[in-house]
Design a protein around this ligand. Structure first.
Ligand code: ADP
Ligand code: MG
Length: 219
């Protein structure tokens, strides 16, 4: 199963989610790899500190993604692809190889607009492939007391795509990135973040594609 972190906007939490997802599955004992398709390379550097044994591939061009992601996916149970910001050719290539496209979205008007744009490109990939990727919204940096956060949760409903449980704006996420670790290794100050992430991951597994199940069944 290939899970892509995709959105037209930077700073919405793609790399944060990619690293936490990969480490979480690795800790569960699954064979997981990370594909860092962002030239900035932030998730590969971060993961190298957090979990040095976890295989990381840096694929930086659309050709690399289209040619190398499928054989990587065949070798691993789970592949997490961290995408770049923008609806570039790399993003489009990622959407042609992913089973699931997670679309993180922060609580701003610009972020909401970016999700609309990203979703358009997801729909194009779905048309070409006559099926996947399955888009899932991930509301991020939520501050429940603010109107825009409420608006984001409402918009999530109106986009017509399923939404995973959102993540609150928490210092722990920034701390984890700064220290090259994951929130559940930060002790008590990472606890709330760890809890909300785990429930997000749990919900995500409900969307596993029949493809994975077939591959898993064939051992
Ligand atoms: N829920 C959150 N609460 C607080 N800070 C967050 C949260 N999610 C992400 N961040 C921070 O926002 C910044 C951008 O996140 P990042 O994952 O790098 O986004 P992207 O990969 O989409 O550009 C980072 O500094 C990160 O630590
Ligand atoms: Mg990033």
């Amino acid at each position: 199963m290939v899970i892509a972190l995709s959105n037209s906007k930077g700073g919405v939490g793609k790399s944060t989610l990619a690293v936490h997802l990969a480490v979480s599955w690795h800790e569960e004992g699954r064979r997981v790899a990370l594909v860092d398709a962002d030239v900035q390379g932030s998730s590969s550097l971060w993961l190298h500190e957090a979990e040095p044994q976890l295989p990381v591939f840096r694929l930086q061009t659309p050709d690399d993604v289209l040619e190398q992601a499928p054989p990587i996916a065949a070798k691993f149970e789970r592949v997490v692809i961290d995408g770049p910001a923008g609806l570039s050719e790399v993003t489009r290539a990622i959407l042609l190889v992913a089973d699931t496209a997670l679309l993180p979205c922060g609580p701003s008007v610009l972020d909401l607009r970016a999700v609309h744009e990203a979703l358009r490109v997801v729909r194009q990939a779905q048309q070409i492939r006559q099926g996947p990727p399955v888009p899932l919204l991930v509301p991020n940096k939520l501050q429940v007391q603010y109107r825009l956060s409420q608006e984001l949760l409402e918009t999530a409903k109106s986009l017509g795509i399923p939404s995973l449980p959102g993540l609150r704006l928490r210092q722990a996420y920034a701390d984890a990135a700064g220290q090259g670790t994951v929130v559940w290794r930060l002790g008590p100050r990472g606890e709330a973040a760890a809890t909300e992430l785990k429930s997000l991951f749990q919900e995500l597994t409900a969307y596993e594609s029949p493809n994975t199940q077939r591959r898993a069944a064939n051992g």
